[in-house]
Design a protein around this ligand. Sequence first.
Ligand SMILES: [Cu+2]
Length: 218
Amino acid sequence: MYRNVAPASFRQVQTVGLPPHSATTSASGSKKVVAIIAGVLLIVLVVVAGLEVGNFLGGVPGRASSPFPLTSYVNLTIHYSPATGDSWYTPGNFAVPAMSRVVFTITNYDPSTNYLLVPNDNCVAGTVGGEEFVQVNSSHPPSQVTCLATTGVSHTFTMYDTLYNLNVPVPPAPNDRTPITVTFSATFGSQGTYQWGCMCRCGPMTEPGMMYGNVTVT
Ligand SMILES: [Cu+2]
């Protein structure tokens, strides 16, 4: 899911060529050409060396051997109002560390199921192990789940992006006072802001931060 894309400045360095020059037979002309070539090579060398130092300093000190050296935790809650039937995630916008494995727990208080807008989004995609763990209450062990019934989805936590393809279906709560929890892990690579959304027809779909929001990888 994480792609190591060279920064634009590095790609520009790679396209630096020799300066255009006309052929010359004079000794001074040849010396000029050699001097120009040497100068360009020196500039390229200095820029590349600078980028390498920058990459080294920007990395995670002492942890270069593992691609996802950090583990962090994000707890999301899906609230439910019996009065209005509205449901919404909190927090809607949140941050995770770059180059990390993130353990998510989604606690859902919504006892209703909702119509899936995207076929197959009843199945888990893009998590570590391709699975999620569903637990109704703490006295029962969590169940390992790869798909819910298409009619058994309350909400989803979904990121479809050029870098991320993550889908986690969330089943309904037993009732509006007894939540159900879904736990899964996902890995995050490069810094950036990515959007998540729920792929059900549910709740206040047009309100930012309720059924969609931003994941900022910092
Ligand atoms: Cu939803």
